[in-house]
Ligand binder design. Structure first.
Ligand SMILES: [Zn+2]
Length: 234
């Protein structure tokens, strides 16, 4: 199993590691700082650096189908490492940090809008959530003001681990109706934005809400009778 540095050290931009398996252009590593696509957040990109300084681009990071194994997708034209080779992997940090800011802003959005979440996605400049909002009428300016107020309060964002049983005893923590967090795992990661939002999440977040910076509500859309899509961005 790959050691997943992004889960405990989201600000780490690179790591030295060893190639454990290669399947075509798909690279598995002993440890990685690359977030694998999931929970609406894209997989990380960047490059591997060989001992002699040569680089090969990593164009995506995903978990192998049906498993938790992380595979780094290498650019087809690049030099390939061999199994057991020692390399360094470097994130496209600007892109990843933008994902961290948008992702954390979406947590705040679930605090502003207390409805069940039916879907969502994160990109570098924007992100969106779909809410099962019934016949509620949403106010773009009010949502934007509430979000920016939470951002300016510089609230710490912390993660901690709980047992699967502990989470099962508190189903109210699960806001996402369509994408249930993996149940039955011995440990589940909780993201705690003090006094504002607490939910299980495997994504990457900033350490303090002020790092998000000013956010706009870009779009409100009706997606079906009860579904409201809210798009936010920089
Ligand atoms: Zn999250």
């Amino acid at each position: 199993m790959t050691i997943e540095r992004f889960a405990t050290a989201p600000y780490q931009t690179h790591c030295q590691t060893r190639v454990t398996a290669i399947d075509g252009q798909l690279l598995s590593l002993a440890e990685t700082v690359f977030y694998a696509m999931g929970g609406g957040q894209p997989g990380d990109t960047g490059y591997i650096e060989f001992a002699d300084g040569e680089r090969t681009a990593i164009i995506d990071t995903r978990r192998a189908a049906g498993t938790r194994e992380i595979q780094h997708h290498l650019a087809p034209e690049g030099r390939m490492p061999h199994t057991d080779e020692e390399i360094t992997v470097h994130l496209d940090w600007e892109r990843r940090y933008a994902h961290m800011r948008i992702h954390t802003a979406l947590h705040l959005l679930t605090a502003v809008l207390p409805y069940g979440v039916t879907g969502g996605s994160v990109a570098s400049q924007s992100g969106r959530l779909d809410f099962d909002a019934g016949d509620a009428v949403l106010d773009k300016d009010a949502i934007e003001a509430a979000l920016n107020q939470l951002i300016e309060q510089a609230i710490p964002v912390e993660t901690r681990w709980v047992s699967g049983d502990e989470l099962a005893a508190r189903p109210e923590l699960i806001k996402t109706m369509s994408v249930k967090p993996p149940m039955g795992l011995p440990q589940v990661r909780l993201v705690d934005i003090a006094g504002t939002d607490l939910q299980p999440c495997g994504g990457t977040h900033v350490a303090n809400t002020r790092e998000i910076g000013p956010i706009k509500v870009l779009k409100l859309e009706n997606k079906g009778a009860r579904n409201r899509r809210v798009t936010i961005g920089f």
